[in-house]
Design a protein around this ligand. Structure first.
Ligand code: IPE
Length: 251
């Protein structure tokens, strides 16, 4: 079983304070992941590392930059966060190794992403736990743009033919208008009215973008909060199940 799991930037960092790791949350997440029996690919978001630099340099998933300083600032910050997460996983005995998407991926002029997964697949086969992150990405005709962790998750899930996908975010799932967790989403229209925008600086969009991305997948996906991470790792589907593609008939 291959599982692709994203730890959201709001889970692993203090999103309001530039370049601040939430040490306690990262340690708790690492401890939960140490119990994984599936082949696990971890992706983490940018939180207060990537987004502040991206915002400062005016870079987003569509607004590119040809300024090498901006690329180094954003990528450098994400590498620092990645190092902190790899170290926390290592401290729990996980065979975590860093994989930097900037060195692998590219977008074409239309924005379509190419992400070779041979390296990640081979690392999994050799018993490693690859840890990727939201990053900058070479973008034909626009210099470099932002590659979100959510987009990486979708691309990896397809490329690795993943069995399960999880997005651990700052909330316990997708919330309806009354604040209750929605159990299951089969189509975007189910939640279109309930989904607002993320309140902190977030160049890659909030919950609506996550739901849309997961609906595009055939693998079952779950969106849940940090308290449910251990349950997800043990094989449960906590929070909100997002049933796209093959699952769309409601089965
Ligand atoms: C953003 O990744 C990466 C950069 C800004 C470089 P995400 O968009 O996946 O990050 P979070 O989870 O929303 O913080």
């Amino acid at each position: 079983m291959t599982t692709v799991l994203k730890l959201g930037g709001s889970v692993v960092t203090d999103k309001e304070a530039p370049e601040t790791v939430d040490e306690e949350a990262v340690a708790a997440a690492a401890s939960a992941l140490a119990d994984a029996t599936d082949d696990l690919v971890v992706v983490h978001g940018g939180g207060s590392f990537g987004h502040h630099h991206a915002d400062r340099h005016g870079v987003s998933t569509t607004e590119g930059t040809d300024d090498a300083v901006a690329v180094r600032d954003i990528h450098g910050a994400m590498k620092r966060l990645n190092g902190a997460i790899v170290d926390a996983l290592a401290a729990e005995g996980v065979a975590a190794v860093p994989v930097h998407p900037f060195s692998l991926a590219a977008r074409d002029e239309a924005g379509a992403l190419t992400l070779p997964t041979d390296g990640v697949q081979t690392l999994l086969g050799e018993g490693f736990t690859p840890v990727l992150h939201g990053d900058v990405v070479a973008h034909a005709g626009r210099g470099a743009t932002i590659l979100s962790g959510d987009e990486l998750v979708v691309s990896l899930a397809r490329g690795l033919d993943a069995d399960r996908v999880g997005l651990c975010s700052g909330v316990p799932g997708v919330l309806d208008e009354s604040g209750a967790v929605v159990d299951r989403i089969d189509a975007f229209a189910d939640v279109a009215d309930a989904l607002g925008e993320s309140d902190a600086t977030d160049v890659t969009g909030g919950m609506a973008a996550k739901v849309r991305a997961l609906l595009d997948l055939s693998a079952p996906a779950a969106i849940f909060g940090p308290d449910d991470l251990a349950a997800f790792v043990s094989g449960e589907r906590p929070g909100t199940v997002v049933a796209g593609g093959a699952d769309a008939d409601g089965s």
